[in-house]
Unconditional design. Sequence first.
Length: 272
Amino acid sequence: MASFKSLRIEQPAAGIGELVLAGPGRGNPMGPDFWQELPAAVAALENDAALRAVVVRGDGGHFSYGLDLAAMGAQIGPILGDGAEGRPRIVDLARRMHLGFAAIAASRLPFVAAIDGWCIGAGIELACACDLRIASQGARFALREVKVGIVPDLGGIQRLPHLVGEGWARRLALTGAELDAATALRIGLVEDLAADGAATLAAAYALAAAIAANPPLVVAGIKQVMNARLAGAVADGNREAATLNGMLMQSEDFAEAMRAFMEKREPAFRGR
């Protein structure tokens, strides 16, 4: 298996792969390395003929804090300075960021997300791209893109309605509010809860093993058929969101959101 900076690939049991979100820093934020490495990591898992299912987890007591705003800001800043000329480059960057989550969704391998601690923003979008989700009782969820002046553009708001219904998907996306594990279970964001992080991982391994015991070609076929309902809508929605963000990320409100984040204060949005 290849070596990565932001991810690890492990094999905890026969037929079971493990994709570990591994930083940098606390909360496994998703920065430039992550977006570059994820498609290759999924391909490495996909190309291992011995694997039948994959568990996705985060290092260090959290699933993921989501987008690494500081690291991505350093990458996006120069693009934003190019005005209208930079907008297609923002859309292209978003398109490349889509590839990893799309690869998870389209993989022949079922992916089971084992969620402990915080699962924020792109972390929720990653969990939604997985086939199944198990969380600890201490897990917390928030789709916070609205708080930083952008539209979720990684497939989350296309996939969420199929998990939690239209009303809850809109509530999560429009408020950016925190959701506890019990509510996540009640609305269908996760399918099961476990007592703590270790129990969550054990439950995810057990679920992956139950899937891995089935005929792999049939499992892949079930994924393919079920994905056919969503693939077009996810792709169309991602294009729409990326195009909007190409404009919104040049707004005064986005700049204010970034300043407020760096200064650790509440933003004051003005709608322009």
